[in-house]
Design a protein around this ligand. Structure first.
Ligand code: PLP
Length: 455
């Protein structure tokens, strides 16, 4: 393209004339998609969405039983949320992070009220990974220590530090990565990693952490970071007492506890925060996704009263051009207000009960259902070839991803207008928190059909 052509309106004209085919072609040629071999992709061209549904250019509608990346908690195009962004855009799209700005201050104040315990001041980022990066760096500065304990079945984001904290194989391509990360095992009670009957030291939490600390020297450990309920790595709920025992061990050695609630926070589990189920408060809470329902990129690191005090007298070594972006913060304020006004957390709890009961009924008919884990609208259904041995459904069969039984099941569901995804052999059921009874029932009906492919 010549310099003259670049500036010409000709090259940008016709934006309204995009068809599904034109979109597919441009996407294939020019867009790099996350975590993919680009040539193997065939993404659906999406034309729009509303509530729990989105549709393609042919007008086919799909029930979004994922909330996209588990972030569209208020569903697609919530009118009040769209209007709040519009209003902020008309008033002030951007002002640097060094200024005091209303939507930023208001959101931080709301978070101090909504988050558990004495969590108080917030630093706003552009997403979950950046919130975790800042949490870890701050923990190191506050404690003067370097090591961070993180779990294997965890995902904390894709930036340099966050991917090093991540335990799952997405980390491998970034290795050796950030130094000082020490791993612990997860409380995966259905497949206890230590192979013990419950309660084992790993699934209890504290004893396993304590042993690791003895080898690492607890005086060198700044923080322990966990997802209170593990999201992308299989929807794992810790046994009662697990988080509390981590809290006690951290307190014993002056180690900070970081809860990554980027996915589980803001009503997803039927409480405002997943840690509320067990009444355990972290020193640092990281959030994103449901914080503003994903309408504008946003994340947050919210810190305890003690760390807030520390920050008043010490340098915070962190910053982003878009820290506390007014459009993002205004959407956060609006999103939290909508959640309160429309009693969205109550709806998540109620619809979750309906979903849980429906899944339990499906388990009676489908032997491929090995385990159902969930609260609120944060459910995992683990598929097996044999309930007695718990052999996972997904073993690689040599014919490629497309031939895997779970992939076939997901494709069949999509054909029936139900969008959901899986982590290996665990189906992820995470619809918008505003979903209605008949939509839950519709999803259960489709699941009943497609699960026959796995039985
Ligand atoms: N932490 C958890 C628990 C997540 O699920 C994710 C994303 O899925 C992240 C962090 C990273 O967030 P982001 O993609 O906004 O950087």
């Amino acid at each position: 393209m010549t310099t003259a052509e670049r500036g010409s309106a000709e090259t940008t004209a016709g934006a309204d004339a995009w068809t599904g085919e034109r979109l597919k072609a441009a996407d294939k040629e020019y867009v790099i998609h996350s975590w993919s071999v680009q040539g193997a992709l065939d993404p659906l061209p999406v034309a729009g969405g509303s509530g729990s549904w989105f549709w393609d250019y042919e007008g086919r509608r799909y029930l979004d039983f994922q909330s996209q990346l588990v972030n569209l908690n208020l569903g697609h195009q919530h009118p009040k949320l769209v209007e709040a962004i519009r209003r902020q855009a008309a008033e002030l799209c951007y002002i640097g992070p060094g200024f005091a700005e209303r939507s930023r201050a208001e959101l931080a104040e709301m978070l101090a009220g909504l988050t558990p315990g004495d969590l108080k001041m917030s630093f706003f980022t552009t997403g979950g990974a950046a919130a975790n990066e800042n949490a870890v760096r701050l923990a190191r500065h506050v404690t003067g220590r370097q090591k961070i304990v993180a779990r294997y079945r965890s995902y904390h984001g894709a930036t340099a530090g966050a991917i090093s904290l991540t335990g799952d194989p997405r980390r491998w391509a970034a290795e050796p990565g950030m130094t000082g990360v020490v791993r612990m095992l997860d409380p995966y009670t259905y497949r206890c990693p230590a192979g013990h009957p419950d309660p084992c030291p790993v699934c209890t939490g504290g004893p396993h952490l304590e042993e690791i600390l003895q080898y690492e020297n607890p005086a060198t450990v700044a923080a322990v970071i966990v997802e209170p309920v593990t999201g992308t790595n299989g929807l794992l709920y810790p046994p009662d007492g697990y988080l509390r025992s981590l809290r006690e061990v951290c307190d014993k050695y002056g180690i900070l506890l970081i809860f990554d609630e980027v996915m589980a926070g803001f009503g997803r589990t039927g409480e405002w925060f997943a840690c509320d189920h067990w009444g355990v408060v972290p020193d640092i809470l990281t959030t994103a996704k449901g914080l503003n329902s994903g309408y504008v990129p946003l994340g947050a690191m919210t810190v305890s009263e003690r760390i807030s005090g520390w920050l008043r007298d010490n340098m915070f070594w962190g910053g982003l051009t878009y820290a506390g972006h007014p459009l993002a913060c205004a959407s956060g304020v609006a999103s939290l207000r909508i959640m309160q006004e429309e009693r969205v957390v109550d709806n998540a709890r109620l619809m979750g009960e309906r979903l849980g009961a429906g899944l339990a009924a499906l388990a009676e008919r489908h032997p491929s259902i090995g385990d159902i884990r969930g609260r609120g609208l944060f459910y995992g259904v683990e598929l097996v070839t044999d309930r007695a041995t718990r052999e996972p459904l997904v073993p690689f069969n040599g014919k490629g991803q497309a031939a895997l039984p779970v992939t076939r099941l997901l494709k069949a569901a999509m054909k029936r207008g139900l969008y959901l995804t899986a982590n290996f052999n665990v189906l992820r059921l995470t619809p918008p928190l505003i979903i209605q009874e008949q939509e839950i029932d519709l999803a259960l009906e489709v699941l009943d059909d497609v699960l026959t492919l796995a039985d």
